[in-house]
Design a protein around this ligand. Structure first.
Ligand SMILES: Cc1cc2nc3c(=O)[nH]c(=O)nc-3n(C[C@H](O)[C@H](O)[C@H](O)COP(=O)(O)OP(=O)(O)OC[C@H]3O[C@@H](n4cnc5c(N)ncnc54)[C@H](O)[C@@H]3O)c2cc1C
Length: 487
């Protein structure tokens, strides 16, 4: 690309459309698809080389109540029960209006996806156990994860592109909105891979640009904590958030910042990738170890069956960080604590001097090398060992197989982190972006993760409550754009 073309301020007309959809992840593809199938002319602009967004990396776990698959299996379920579960799991922190909109329309989205060839793992739907379980089996995914969802959407999209109903730009980033003389949104400006400045005209602009989790600086600015985990989709840069805020929109929901129960990270200069997954679910592996924070204090009953209780306890710890502490007897006798690793591979990891894996001959040395308060650690282990002896644990833990007593001692540093963006654009139930005074910015909509994970999941992880709402809100808005076009 020449500097001349990169710096040009001349705007090339990219055309006029009924709607401009910014971002080709699950939400944007669904909006474009349903608008085009209903008769609208749509521009779909994607910053990455290819469409898919998070679907290219996500587990693809969805939740929907009242689906055909559930009926076929005799599972009685309803949107009301799904709503109650999300509000229970999130302890009332999710946005009731958006959760209602999502769950009341989820089954139609899911059944439609199955009509397009989506198939689920044998035995699905399930209650789910990696997050707080639902009260009914309504949680589904495919062996091919997010790719399976995308595989259903791509041929349909190609059809609409083929018949000229969708004009598609890839490797093209939108960076500003356009407004008409009355101040109404009238399109957007962007730049393609060659640096050409492009301008689209459309009475509706739909921001479906995903989250900001891959933008460490913005993540820290919004969240007040560093982005520890490098697992986000790389184009989740928060550009759509900035575009909307410049137009008068505002962010909400940062109080719903949430963390998972942690990973040992590859490096301590974050964001970094996890090096392994520790099995902390007591239903899969009863814990022999104790968990301590930087002060060396235990902060949670390690055998608490509720994943949400453990995650909420971690949210209250400095740096959302803890250490799993155990001794030589546990390394030798307990089931391996790292998922998919042999005992020998775990022992070798400690021998390497990895920044998340510490080994020492004494508890004092372990505390020093791991960065835990030595006095606190000593006191916690003494109290825990006394509890093992008496059968009465101070935190009420029931699984007390053995004291932590046999040197050498070990600590795995676990970093709580999140791959989604908690905060997002405030919208109404028509998915119109709102100003702080509650008025809608005419012509500007937002769907998907740009609304913030905290809206549909609250301060918790609710199974499938990101992808399903993203697809559903895309469908609903696309249908509405088509309806209005026909009217
Ligand atoms: C590793 C991982 C696992 C996950 N697993 C699950 C799960 O199992 N279940 C679940 O419910 N959720 C899960 N999620 C979250 C879920 O995948 C996302 O919240 C959801 O898919 C977001 O969809 P979206 O369309 O809103 O955004 P995205 O999928 O992020 O799509 C946004 C698109 O916009 C493009 N874009 C960004 N900026 C611009 C711009 N300025 N101009 C043009 N294009 C732009 C991006 O390149 C991207 O393609 C997971 C997320 C990750 C990262």
């Amino acid at each position: 690309m020449s500097d001349a073309s990169r710096n040009t301020t001349e705007i090339k007309d990219a055309g006029s459309f009924d709607a401009l959809i910014v971002g080709g992840g699950g939400a944007g593809i669904m909006a474009a698809l349903f608008a085009a199938r209903g008769g609208a002319r749509v521009a779909l602009v994607e910053r990455a080389e290819r469409l898919g967004g998070c679907l290219l990396v996500a587990n693809g776990q969805m939740s929907a109540a009242g689906t055909r698959l559930q009926r076929e299996q005799g599972i009685a379920d309803s949107a009301d029960l799904h709503f109650e579960d999300v509000m229970r799991i999130s302890r009332g922190t999710a946005d009731p209006a958006l959760v209602r909109l999502a769950v009341e329309n989820a089954a139609t989205t899911f059944d439609w996806l199955c009509d397009q060839g989506f198939t689920v793992e044998p035995g699905h739907p399930v209650l789910g156990n990696s997050h707080e379980p639902y009260s009914r089996p309504r949680y589904y995914w495919s062996r091919e994860r997010g790719h399976a969802v995308l595989a259903c959407l791509e041929p349909l999209l190609a059809q609409q592109v083929g018949r000229g109903a969708i004009s598609l730009w890839c490797e093209t980033g939108i960076d500003a909105l356009r407004f008409d003389a009355a101040g109404r949104v009238s399109g957007a400006l962007g730049r393609d891979a060659q640096g050409v400045r492009l301008g689209w005209s459309a009475p509706r602009v739909v921001l479906a640009t995903g989250g900001y989790s891959a933008n460490a600086a913005l993540y820290e600015k919004i969240s007040g904590v560093p982005q520890h985990c490098a697992m986000a989709y790389p184009h989740a840069q928060g550009i759509g958030h900035e575009i909307a805020v410049q137009a008068g929109g505002h962010l909400r929901g940062i109080e719903n910042l949430f963390t998972n129960f942690g990973f040992p990270l590859e490096r301590l200069d974050v964001p970094s990738r996890p090096v392994a997954r520790v099995v902390t679910d007591p239903a899969l592996r009863a814990p022999c170890e104790i968990y301590v924070n930087a002060a060396g204090a235990r902060f949670v009953r390690e055998d608490d069956a509720s994943v949400d209780s453990r995650e909420q306890a971690l949210l209250r710890q400095p740096g959302h960080r803890y250490w799993i502490v155990f001794d030589q007897a546990m390394l030798e006798q307990a089931e391996p604590i790292l998922s998919g690793w042999s005992r020998e591979a775990i022992a070798a990891q400690f021998a390497k001097g990895h920044p998340s894996f510490h080994k020492a001959a004494s508890l004092a040395d372990l505390a020093r090398v791991a960065g835990i308060d030595a006095q606190g650690l000593r006191a916690s282990i003494a109290a825990y060992n006394a509890g093992v002896e008496s059968g009465e644990d101070a935190l009420g833990r029931r699984h007390l197989p053995a004291p932590i007593a046999q040197a050498p001692f070990y600590a795995i540093r676990q970093q709580g982190c999140t791959i989604s963006s908690a905060a997002g654009l405030a919208v109404d139930i028509d998915l119109q972006v709102l100003r702080e005074d509650g008025s809608a910015i005419e012509g500007l909509h937002a769907i998907g993760e740009i609304l913030g994970a905290g809206q549909t999941m609250g301060k918790a992880a609710c199974g499938g409550m990101m992808i399903t709402p993203a697809l559903t809100f895309g469908r609903l808005l696309g249908e509405r754009i088509a309806r209005e076009r026909r009217a």
